[in-house]
Design a protein around this ligand. Sequence first.
Ligand code: PML
Length: 268
Amino acid sequence: MPRIKYYSIRMQSVRTGEHVSGAEGIYEKDDVKKIVQQYTTRALTHEKGRADEIRLTVEELKEKVHRISTLPLSTINTRDPESAKRAATRILSSVGITERAIEEAFKALTVGITMRGAILMDIEGVRLEPDLLRGVRVTRMGITKKASADLSRKLTRHSLNNDTVKEALILASKVHKYRMVLGELCISDDPNYTTGYIATRAHGYIRLPRIKKRGISYGGRVFFITGGEVKELIKYLQKEPVLINEIKPCSGRLKIKDILNSRKPRVS
Ligand code: PML
């Protein structure tokens, strides 16, 4: 049987020279036309503003596409930015990330600048990404139709079936497949979206409501990394195609102590 051809489709919508929104996925050839249309519609109707420029990349993937599962998903009912930061600190420090690094990460994401890509930080809080202004973008990830339907079903039970949650979970699942990544902190740069998340392989993808106040239009991602070659990690994040084909459990609200007790923290 001939090997299925996959295409990476990426969209960036821009208004008056500023990034508004983006989307991306990995698709089979027969779906390319439909997805290009969907992404274009999304750029023209986005609630953050209609694009006056749409950058679309459609690229046949020559590399092998790796199939992976999602991280399990849960939510802690954090009440405000302070309690979200406390929860993030307890969980991220349980896998060996220092409080200093977590403090630096919060500082970097709340200083008022949004980078297009993620910050790479070692577990002592030292920045490692080669371009401190742009960061490192994670690209070439997607989800199979079957897994997407399963994820929608699981998220619907918690009223979370939307593109924002799905895309963030897909991205985090790709990132955490790489052993050098110990943890992640994400705060959305959408002024109307106040839920962020942290992720570790040991605890999964943990949503933190009210991590920021409404109206704040900056945020971003920090990946905490340990050991290994940063160059190789960047190559993986930017180039290696990864397709989600299995969905791990999506729970509702959990208590922080249940999250800390239920999965074995991994310190490496
Ligand atoms: C973003 O893309 O703006 C970040 C989204 C964070 C999603 C958090 C969630 O609701 O799970």
